[in-house]
Design a protein around this ligand. Structure first.
Ligand code: UDP
Length: 236
């Protein structure tokens, strides 16, 4: 399998074609952005750490019956993936109030949500990824009602699996973002799951162990990411 031309460069990853039409290579960068690109920086070795964490989590989810785009980890920064037709919907699952939930609805940060909240956002940087409901998504033509109900159900299943996985590693899974894509008539989980796309709080101290350390200049960003990697990979 040969790495071909670059298909796309995003904020945290590059995607390359391969000589197999069905496969792409996702390459993780150290670049970090927040607040829709208004804050930029780099986090040393983030690409290596996020690739390792994502590959482990996608493998674990596959073992629990969730179909994902992961084929195999190719190298430190590269993940071989099935080529998806990405659905332009960001699916956020929340277990504890933080981030935009606090800002938008006035929840106290840290409020435990008895029922997880699932939200849809339009994947469109120019529009600042607006929150939307099913009718908006269908009117915009980004997904069908049937697909959206699959996304919601899949996000709930993934949340239940990840919540338990992280609890065993002394991390609270506060919230996270998922992306899905179409592939041969199925909907597969795509993108990544990492401290860039999740909020993790230490189970005992509530210390933030994710991109919020970068967003709000809390310091110790690299240490937090590598501690999450250690906990994710350290236990089998
Ligand atoms: N998130 C993400 N990409 C985005 C927006 C959100 O990965 O474009 C993740 C974010 O890291 C957090 C969760 O989704 O774990 C919920 O984010 P929120 O809506 O609170 O927005 P934020 O505070 O990140 O702007």
């Amino acid at each position: 399998m040969k790495k071909g031309r670059q298909l796309y460069e995003g904020k945290a990853k590059k995607v390359f074609l391969t000589d197999d039409n069905d496969l792409v290579i996702q390459e993780f960068k150290d670049d970090a952005t927040a607040f829709n690109n208004k804050k930029k920086g780099t986090i040393a070795e983030k690409g290596v750490v996020n690739n390792a964490i994502s590959c482990k989590l996608f493998t674990m989810l596959e073992e629990h019956g969730i179909q994902t785009h992961l084929v195999e980890k190719l190298s430190d920064r590269e993940m071989l993936c099935r080529h998806l037709d990405i659905i332009k919907v960001e699916v956020v699952a929340r277990n504890i109030a933080a981030g935009s939930l606090v800002k938008r609805y006035g929840f106290a940060e840290g409020t435990v949500l008895e029922n997880p909240i699932i939200e849809f956002y339009l994947k469109d940087d120019d529009l600042d990824d607006p929150l939307m409901n099913e009718s908006h998504a269908v009117a915009l033509g980004v997904a069908t009602f049937e697909e959206l109900s699959v996304l919601k159900k899949r996000a709930e299943e993934i949340n239940a699996i990840l919540k338990q996985f992280f609890a065993e590693r002394k991390l609270k899974l506060v919230d996270f973002k998922l992306e899905f894509g179409r592939h041969k008539g199925e909907i597969l989980l795509g993108d990544e799951i990492s401290p860039d796309t999740c909020r993790f709080w230490d189970l005992d101290t509530n210390e933030k162990m994710d991109k919020d350390r970068f967003r709000f200049d809390l310091g110790g960003v690299e240490n937090a990411y590598s501690e999450v990697q250690k906990r994710v990979l350290g236990l089998d």
